[in-house]
Ligand binder design. Structure first.
Ligand code: SF4
Length: 239
């Protein structure tokens, strides 16, 4: 009698993807440059609809002139606008940065708050920004950061059917151990940039082909998964 192979559950696949991501990108870190929690908050607000690379070109001069919440809160708005112009949506971003810093000065004694509920009170801060700040500034895994890469890859890997980032986050929270919530996102972002691009996923360079329902079968012959973490001698180089 031929043995029937049981299909791995969504949770098993998520945990296997997580294990492989850790091996593939062991040194993954937040790619925004910052020295303080306020600077991380500002950089994350600026990163909406913009690359981290572009943000990192803008923030050195912004933080040289306005290094902390007090300076940003009392700056001329037009000066902030000029400094962040190249990141797009610059008027709104400048207003939000100043609004957030003013609230930090008046309500939080000049310190970035350390809870999701408090962070969500700041202008320009939704769950994605709050998750990044809590995880990287304070080491708190309050949720899973869902940016455009995390959304696309989580969908392609068949780990969510949702389109709304808040719902995708809730799906991921059920699948992943809490200590890994942020490192899932950071590493998936690396993989999204290096391999699983928005326009043309490079499935022939991907180590998730046996786990991914979206794999381009024209590029990759599929061998059934044993759910064994791969040897990563062939891990993709980051672009
Ligand atoms: S197999 Fe293809 S679609 Fe699936 S995660 Fe890898 S690159 Fe993306």
């Amino acid at each position: 009698m031929p043995q029937t192979r049981k299909r791995p559950s969504k949770k098993q696949r998520a945990l296997e993807v997580l294990a492989r991501l850790k091996q593939m990108y062991p040194d993954a870190v937040c790619s925004l440059d910052y020295e303080t929690p306020v600077q991380l908050l500002v950089a994350t607000i600026l990163s909406a609809q913009c690359t981290d690379e572009r943000v990192n070109k803008v923030t050195p001069e912004l933080f040289r002139q306005f290094p902390d919440a007090a300076a940003l809160a009392s700056a001329e708005l037009d000066e902030i606008i000029e400094l962040v112009r190249s990141t797009g949506f610059y008027r709104n971003k400048a207003k939000n940065i100043q609004g957030a810093c003013r609230l930090i000065m008046t309500e939080f004694e000049g310190q970035v708050p350390r809870s999701m509920a408090e962070l969500l009170r700041l202008p320009g801060v939704a769950r994605k920004t709050a998750n990044v700040v809590l995880a990287h500034a304070f080491g708190i895994n309050a949720g899973v950061t869902v940016d455009t890469h995390v959304k696309r890859l989580t969908q392609r890997l068949g780990l969510t059917q949702a389109d709304d980032p808040v719902k995708i986050e809730q799906d991921l929270i059920k699948l992943l151990p809490q200590p890994d919530w942020e490192n899932w996102s950071i590493r998936l972002i690396y993989h999204g940039r290096a391999v699983c691009n928005a326009r043309r996923p490079l499935c022939d360079r991907c180590l998730f082909t046996d786990l991914c329902p979206s794999v381009d079968r024209a590029l990759v012959p599929i061998v059934p998964s044993e759910l064994t973490s791969v040897s990563l001698a062939s891990a993709p180089e980051l672009a």
